[in-house]
Design a protein around this ligand. Structure first.
Ligand code: ATP
Length: 509
């Protein structure tokens, strides 16, 4: 699937727009249009329903975005939440150093000159597209006479992550897009937190941050929830909300933006049961995506290698999705030990231990953290749903959303604008509208109306036709299988509910 096609469909049908577009937009910020807001809300609602409301061991929370800045000292974000970045003095571009890869050509005697090595940097070049990107880059350099030897004489390159080069080698890399080698600056740490100031006077003591994650608000409220709720370890606290990161290279549509929404769980458990809870959440969270239509082999679960783990974590796994731009993280599940609560206990001076009545034991609970992004989930759902096929000899683009996520659950169509069909359709539409987001479309050929809804991902089309006038039944048409069957008009609400909740599959053809 082509990312550009998806981005253009999202724009054309009102799923996602560039933020403040009439002013030229703002890099890293996006707006959700009428269909997009429903899609993302349905994903968040399904997550909330399944992880909080349907369970006995979870409660929700909604914290402020700006918190006491000490929270971010305790969490380590003030000192350590940074990415190494490099600037290119030639192109004025800025890159995340950990995303740069260097293709090293050993020119050997061929060059008869120094330097003997040609190091060409590209971003994110581990993906399958690396070869094509490299070829394009080398062709451009050749055309501009910026290669030290003829293109055809270049040996096979080796790939090295930029950060693994010694400083001396880094100093002579040819930056992405640059014509001259040695224009990249040394990597510098760049804190990703957006700073602001609270109150009328700006001073060092008024500095505050927009939260870069929702998790810390949960830890900061752990004591409140334990003291006031009916919760007993093991239990979890969940939160959905906006987070902000001044990402150096926002990219790939809504995958990496500077303002985004997270859906996070902190699950508190006894230290000796933490490994089992980790295994449980790792499996449960993966299955949740599968159950909601991300069932292809594009969805993966990847356990971190020991050298990837944060020092306090004994295990972490990423749920990844093979996006058109590469395999990337949708959600991380981390076994964080008691690191977070211990840090907040230390920095706040408040006792954050828990007294286990059953065991008559006091301890700081361990934490399992499934941390997901609502925007990345939305993007994965869009990518997985996008399909192009043919119906009756005509090409169609269709979004095959899980019915629970679909922005519009059904569209009602009078076959023709006469014989009382529009009135009947309007009545059915009004009945349905009290229960579901539905759409009434009276204009144009029926085939075209179906296709418009297919493109919006509407699972069911309901048509009022000649037979409706005779026997009171309407046609249900399934978006994916294209099967059609008849339903008594008095029963449309229940029939649609059955389809959306997955209870009834469309009848066999
Ligand atoms: P990455 O390595 O891609 O920057 P991360 O490992 O820093 O992500 P976490 O801090 O673990 O991400 O955040 C948890 C979740 O929040 C991620 O799995 C992702 O779904 C979401 N998320 C993080 N950063 C962004 C962003 N800039 N834009 C959209 N979603 C994000």
């Amino acid at each position: 699937m082509d990312m550009e096609k998806l981005v253009s469909l999202c724009k054309r049908r009102g799923f996602i727009f560039p933020s403040s577009e009439i002013y030229g937009g703002l890099n890293g910020f996006w707006d959700y249009g009428p269909l997009g807001v429903e899609l993302k809300r349905n994903i968040k609602d399904a997550w909330w329903r399944d992880n909080i409301q349907a369970r006995d061991d979870m409660v929700g929370l909604d914290c402020s975005i700006i918190m006491n800045p000490k929270v971010w000292e305790a969490s380590g974000h003030v000192a350590g939440f940074s990415d190494p970045m490099v600037d290119c003095r030639e192109t004025q571009e800025r890159y995340r150093a950990d995303q740069l890869y260097v293709f090293r050509y050993d020119l050997g005697d061929h060059a008869g000159q120094t330097p003997r090595l040609l190091d060409v940097a590209l971003t994110g070049a581990t993906s399958a597209d690396a070869r094509a990107a490299l070829d394009e880059r080398i062709t451009k350099l050749g055309n501009k006479n910026a290669l030290p030897i003829k293109r055809k004489d270049l040996p096979e390159p080796t790939v090295v992550p930029y950060l693994e080069l010694v400083a001396e080698d880094r100093a002579r890399v040819l930056g992405p897009g640059a014509l001259h080698a040695g224009t990249l600056t040394e990597p510098r740490a760049f804190n990703l937190m957006f700073k602001t100031s609270v109150g009328a006077l700006e001073s060092a003591s008024s500095v505050a941050y927009l939260r870069p994650e929702t998790a810390q608000g949960i830890f900061a409220n752990f004591k409140n929830v334990v003291d006031t709720g009916r919760v007993k370890v093991p239990f979890g606290i969940a939160q959905i909300g906006k987070s902000f990161r001044n990402e150096i290279t926002p990219r790939n549509f809504i995958f990496r933006s500077r303002e985004f929404e997270q859906m996070e769980i902190e699950f508190f458990c006894r230290p000796d049961e933490a490994a089992d809870w980790y295994a449980y959440w790792r499996k449960t969270r993966f299955q949740w995506y599968v159950d909601h239509g991300l069932a292809s082999d594009k969805l993966r679960l990847r356990d971190h290698d020991p050298d990837e783990l944060a020092f306090y974590s004994t295990a972490t796994a990423d749920i990844e999705y093979a996006f058109p731009f590469g395999v990337s993280e949708l959600e991380g599940i981390a076994h964080r030990g008691n690191y977070d609560l211990s840090q907040h206990q230390k920095f706040s001076g408040k006792d954050l231990s828990y007294f286990d009545e059953e065991r008559k034991e006091r301890y700081i609970p361990h934490v399992i953290e499934p941390s997901a992004g609502a925007d990345r989930a939305t993007l994965a759902v869009l990518c997985e749903a996008y399909a192009e096929d043919e119906v009756g000899g005509e090409a169609r683009t269709v979004l095959k959303f899980h019915p629970r996520f679909a922005p519009i659950k059904a569209a009602v169509f009078p076959l023709v604008k006469k014989d009382g069909m529009p009135e009947l359709a309007e009545k059915i539409y009004r009945d349905l509208k009290r229960h579901f987001p539905v759409f009434l479309d009276e204009k144009g050929a029926i085939g075209r109306r179906y296709r418009r809804q297919d493109e919006a991902g509407t699972p069911i089309g309901i048509t009022v036709d000649g037979q409706t006038l005779a026997d009171g039944t309407v046609t249900f048409r399934d978006r994916d299988s294209l099967r059609q069957w008849r339903v008594p008009s008095a029963g449309v609400v229940q029939a649609l509910r059955d389809r959306i909740e997955g209870a009834a599959l469309p009848p066999e053809a």
